[in-house]
Structure formats: C-alpha cells, structure tokens
Ligand binder design. Structure first.
Ligand SMILES: [Zn+2]
Length: 182
C-alpha cells in the first residue's frame, strides 16, 4: 500500500550501506555494509485483506491515515510475522472495521511488482451490519455495486478486486484470481 523504501543503514552495525552486486555469484544489487559485510536481502511484502459481504452489499472503510486519507478501501494491511495470510486478513478486518464475520475462500492474488508487494484478498461473510472501526478508519459502510464510490477508491488492487468480485457474483460462481498490476 506504500511505496518501496530502500535500506539506508546496516541492520547489524548501523553503517550506511552501499548498493552493489555481492561477490558470491549473486546477480542482483543488494544493500551491502562496507563495515561488517552484512548483505541485506529485500523481498516482496504481503498485504492481506478481505472482501466483507452482507447480502448484496460490500463493506468499505474510509481511511483515516495516509496515504490516501479520506479514500475508501477494503480492510487490508501488511501481514505480520507469526500469522497466516488468512489470520492477517482477519486481523485487518477486526482493526479497520470492527466487523463480525466469517472468513471465506481466497479470492485474489495480485502482484504489484513496481512496489515489491503481493496483495491477497479473502472473501468474508458479515454476520452483522454493526461496525466498530478502529483509529485507522473514519467510517465503515456497506455499499451495493451501484453505490460503490469508484472514483474515491484508495488503491488499484482494491478496485481490481471489487471489479472481479462483482463480475463473479453476476456469474454466480467465485474463482481465485491471479492478477498482475502494471
Ligand atoms: Zn554493518
């Protein structure tokens, strides 16, 4: 959800790193510490979230944080160490919407290569229309397809997930979508 930020300092000793190809047969530039020799390997981050549904409506959250303050999003955020992707998606749904729900099947895997992220969305079935959003959310609200504020959606992956969700629902069956965001 945020842009990639390069490593500036060694995680071992704090010295400013230099980006170069290590001498060990590697082919990519890495953040290498000129003092202690530590090589920092940076890999894509997972963003996990849900598409919470009640009847013909989908739950969106109005962001109370940057980036994209005031725009609408599905509940989603960075996966934490020590949790599964589904657990992370559920945690974000708790934190951002305070919703009662049952988590469902994986719906979309989206590669956002430009920023080094993979976004995963699970379907979720809401059990109530009462929400208790946390501090990251201004408002949590249900929208029919016609009511979705398409011009006010915070992130491309959220938009793409919603488009595919409504397509699948019209067709009457939900798949698992693999999407590359250019
Ligand atoms: Zn170092």
């Amino acid at each position: 959800m945020f842009n990639y930020v390069p490593i500036k300092h060694c995680k071992n000793c704090g010295t400013a790193v230099v980006y170069r190809v290590p001498d060990d047969g590697d082919i990519k530039q890495r953040a290498v510490c000129p003092a202690c020799g530590t090589i920092h390997y940076e890999n894509p981050l997972n963003v996990v979230g849900t598409i919470p549904v009640l009847g013909d409506k989908v739950l969106l959250c109005k962001r109370n944080i940057e980036p994209r303050w005031g725009k609408w999003t599905l509940p989603a955020g960075f996966m934490e160490l020590g949790e599964t992707t589904a657990e992370g998606a559920a945690r974000e749904t708790d934190e951002e919407a305070g919703a009662q729900y049952e988590i469902g099947e994986l719906f979309a895997v989206m590669n956002v290569v430009r920023v080094g992220q993979v976004h995963l969305f699970y379907r979720a079935r809401l059990l109530s229309d009462i929400f208790a959003p946390g501090h990251e959310t201004i408002e949590a609200r249900l929208f029919t397809e016609e009511e979705i504020p398409w011009d006010e959606i915070a992130f491309r992956t959220v938009r793409e997930a919603l488009v595919r969700f409504f397509e699948d629902r019209r067709r009457g069956s939900f798949g698992v979508h693999s999407v590359d965001i250019q």
